[in-house]
Ligand binder design. Sequence first.
Ligand code: APR
Length: 169
Amino acid sequence: MANVQAILADITHLDVDAIVNAANSSLMGGGGVDGAIHRAAGVGLLEECRKLNGCRTGEAKITQGYNLPARFVIHTVGPIWHGGTAGEAKLLANCYQNSLRLAAENYLSSIAFPGISTGVYGFPVEPAAMIAVNTVNSFLETPGSIEKVIFCCFSQSDLEIYHKTLLSV
Ligand code: APR
């Protein structure tokens, strides 16, 4: 039975097999968690990302972790929030699903997610947390390599929402 937990942390400090990056479709870096990951990983990450030809919304691509404690970075592109009627929920679920699929294909056992789309992209945190938790739980129903999933929150208020969500499902 995999362990699923929410913590308050800077994701760039986590010693896990893979951290997930909330990137944009260029995969060439940006602000928020994307900027923090690129700064901490170093220029090798940008060089590898340059060869990936970007990433579509809802999809995911994997790179090495370079100077990060994490061995890999899984880059996914969350949907921009347009009010909820533009397929945002399905696209966000796809981000979690495709990131987990890549982790499993690479035999990884621990993975940490930031709140994909809940920063600059404007997805409200409560429904985003529900999608994150439900998608992870249903993925983990099929036994595989993943033993530990961390929801890495960057504020106390986000952590409280994740704790409530984890208890409610
Ligand atoms: N560790 C963990 N979480 C973080 C960190 C960090 N170091 N820095 C920011 N966050 C959190 C934010 O507080 C938010 O909850 O990550 C979540 C996602 O926010 P954004 O980074 O703004 O990501 P997103 O909303 O998906 O927007 C993606 O932002 O910088 C760009 O290149 C990125 O264009 C893309 C867009």
